[in-house]
Ligand binder design. Structure first.
Ligand code: NAD
Length: 278
């Protein structure tokens, strides 16, 4: 029997085939879980990262079912509490339970110095990354409370929550907020055997990361490939992270191997973040 057989997992922001959410969905499916993939039906708007091509959630769900589990595709805007509730209701209708929630949907804003920070972009970024995480937890927690075995909530924070990153204030603030939210929910939900943990990835090669490298490349007069190479060299393990690296940690936190872990914050950085000199 596989590690997650019989479990039901819901992953937000799982619509991009090169993204972390997709890798998590596939990994949890390979471990035996039935999977709900949720994402926007189209690119987001505003002065924020808009993502790549149109998200074909049905194609993602087809990849998941090909592993032999059941998959369900649901459109959601995590900033809209009605849409979030509809997502959870649909999931309940099809699967009747929820064991694993991965709050992965996220975005970043156009980098800008503090004095030029666009208020709309700030609000939208906080809304998607932080409020969206809270809304999904709020709607999903009652279902997990009904489970005798409890549940696992895994929130996607970022290394940027700890160490900051220049010109993306809303991103850093929202990801730091996710850490506070994670710990506060971990305390409240522990009596229900619901474990709440957060992951802090460093540089993971996705469309979102390449968009950021593109901005950096413009400012530094370099190419995206140069930035990627320099980043790999500056990483103690000598390479950029992959969505699968993050998915492996998600699978661990989703499993019974992590039953005694809650309120934990795990870096996934290849060691990048430690100071390599005296
Ligand atoms: P991505 O752009 O591939 O994935 C983000 C997904 O979130 C997209 O599919 C997008 O459509 C979805 N989304 C955005 N707004 C939404 C909304 N309102 N409702 C529902 N879905 C929405 O980027 P990724 O790099 O795979 O990022 C996934 C998560 O990992 C994000 O939370 C990101 O902040 C976090 N993260 C990424 C890195 C990295 O280096 N790539 C590092 C640290 C943290």
């Amino acid at each position: 029997m596989k590690r997650l057989s019989g479990k039901v997992a819901l992953i937000t922001g799982a619509g991009r085939k090169k993204g972390i959410g997709y890798a998590c969905a596939l990994r949890l499916a390979e471990e035996g879980a039935n999977v709900v993939v949720a994402d926007l039906g189209a690119a987001s708007d505003g002065e924020i990262y808009k993502g790549g091509a149109h998200v074909d959630l049905e194609a993602v769900a087809a990849d998941i079912s090909a592993t032999g589990v059941q998959a369900l595709a649901v459109k959601v805007d995590v900033t809209d509490h009605v849409s979030v509730q509809q997502m959870v209701d649909r999931m309940k209708e099809v699967f009747g339970r929820l064991d694993i929630l991965v709050n992965n949907a996220g975005t970043t804003m156009e980098p800008a110095p503090l004095v030029h920070t666009d208020l709309e972009a700030w609000r939208k970024t906080i809304d998607i990354n932080l409020t969206g995480t809270m809304l999904c937890c709020r709607a999903a927690a009652p279902l997990m409370m009904d489970n005798e075995e409890g549940g696992k909530i895994i929130n996607m924070s970022s290394r940027a929550a700890h160490r900051g990153a220049i010109w993306i204030h809303a991103y850093c603030a929202s990801k730091a907020g996710i850490i506070g939210l994670t710990r506060s929910m971990a305390l409240e939900l522990a009596p229900f055997k619901i474990c709440v943990n957060a992951l802090c990835p460093g540089d993971i090669d996705t469309e979102l990361k390449r968009w950021g490298w593109g901005k950096e490349a413009l400012i530094m007069g370099k190419t995206v490939e140069q930035i990627a190479e320099e980043t790999a060299k500056a990483t103690p393990l000598g390479r950029i992270g992959t969505p699968e690296d993050v998915a492996a940690a998600v699978a661990f936190f989703a499993s019974t191997d992590a039953d005694y872990l809650t309120g934990e914050i795990l870096n996934i950085t290849g060691g990048n973040g430690m100071r390599p000199i005296f």
